[in-house]
Design a protein around this ligand. Structure first.
Ligand SMILES: C[S@@+](CC[C@H](N)C(=O)[O-])C[C@H]1O[C@@H](n2cnc3c(N)ncnc32)[C@H](O)[C@@H]1O
Length: 341
């Protein structure tokens, strides 16, 4: 690790270990509220210790679908809010591993460890140092953490090393609509507040592509206000969003959506989603309603743990050209179904 990377880690640890004492000390409204959680997750929150909740610094709710029996890895787990929700969902046959580099955060999480949770001190840039093996994890989650890394591409390489084939990265983070100038990235307050390290969306896409992940899906994207005149003065020219993303470790994905005439039908069997399932911000599957999907979407729902919940007909034996995504304009926090791509 270079001395600059070490300094970034130290600054961030200082911020989360000593500068901030609770969620109310944050200087922006990036931190998401309980109301953002679906009802069935709010019920689980009632079983999470207050001390954990008071030091929640996430910007979304990356609680994966269908986690039962899964090994879930939470990168930058903090005091463990999401890990403790997931621990109730994975059940006795699954497990949740939380990794964090800040002693003060980790100490709170460790105090409430359960039989199926483990909290380890470590860096998300080097998961082998904490014994996370290749192809060993079903779902990697992370909530407002990757923006804080000085080596983001290395983090993605590690994530896709440890995920099993068909495994999923499901994470929330702060994204920016432009590259943030280098001098602002050195500002420890802007960094700690998850602004200065926010990924420019196109650079994120390129990073994933270089990691061998040619397609990813946006689940939700909410514009975020800074609400602090002093910080706004320094970095207000950037538009930030709090975004939740899913990406799969699948060798069959292509860099564009291709049309093979495949059709998917959602069976209505994912718990709490009997009538419709929003796979991403332009795929709202209605139960029983056949939908033409591109090869990548077909792979994401038929070569992963989602497979029992969809009937996909057709294969890639006949190609009909590029998939028409014209109707598939992504929507931002809208319930309407777009087309598909
Ligand atoms: C914004 S807080 C989010 C914590 C938690 N995910 C939550 O939602 O409350 C960022 C956390 O990531 C941890 N962190 C930042 N960079 C890290 C790294 N490179 N490796 C491991 N943990 C890191 C910090 O120590 C801090 O606990």
């Amino acid at each position: 690790m270079s001395c600059c990377d070490k300094r970034t880690h130290d600054d961030v640890s200082e911020y989360y270990g000593r500068v901030l004492q609770s969620s109310s000390d944050l200087q922006t409204d990036l931190c998401c509220s309980v109301e953002d959680l679906p009802h069935h997750h709010r019920e689980l929150l009632a079983n999470v210790p207050t001390e954990v909740l008071e030091k929640f610094y996430g910007c979304g709710s990356p609680i994966p679908h269908l986690p039962e029996g899964c090994t879930v890895l939470d990168l930058g787990c903090g005091t463990g809010r999401d890990a403790f929700i997931c621990a109730q969902l994975v059940g006795d046959s699954g497990k949740v591993i939380g990794i964090d580099m800040t002693d003060e955060q980790l100490a709170v999480a460790q105090k409430y460890e359960r039989p199926n949770t483990r909290f380890l001190k470590g860096y998300m840039e080097d998961l082998s140092a904490v014994g996370i093996e290749d192809n060993s994890v079903d779902v990697v989650i992370s909530n407002c953490v990757i923006n804080l890394s000085p080596k983001k591409e290395q983090v993605f390489a590690e994530i896709f090393r440890v995920l099993k084939p068909g495994g999923e990265l499901y994470f929330s983070d702060v994204f920016a609509d432009r590259r943030i100038p280098r001098e602002l990235q050195q500002d420890s307050e802007l960094l700690g507040e998850c602004l200065a390290g926010a990924m420019y969306t196109e650079d994120f896409r390129r990073m994933l592509q270089r990691t061998g992940v040619p397609d990813h899906r946006i689940i939700s994207m909410n514009a975020t206000a800074i609400n602090n005149p002093e910080l706004e003065n320094r970095i207000g020219f950037v538009n930030f969003t709090s975004t939740t993303v899913r990406a799969f470790k699948l060798a069959s994905l292509e860099d564009r959506c291709e049309d093979f005439g495949q059709v998917a039908v959602y069976k209505g069997t994912i718990p709490h989603h009997p009538h419709r399932f929003e796979f991403d911000n332009h795929h709202l599957f209605e139960t029983g309603h056949p939908m033409l999907v591109c090869g990548n979407t077909a792979a994401m729902i038929s070569e992963t743990r989602y497979a029992p919940h969809f009937q996909v007909t057709g294969d890639r034996s006949r190609h009909f050209g590029l998939f028409d995504c014209a109707d598939g304009i992504p929507f931002i926090e809208d319930d309407g179904a777009g087309g598909c791509c």
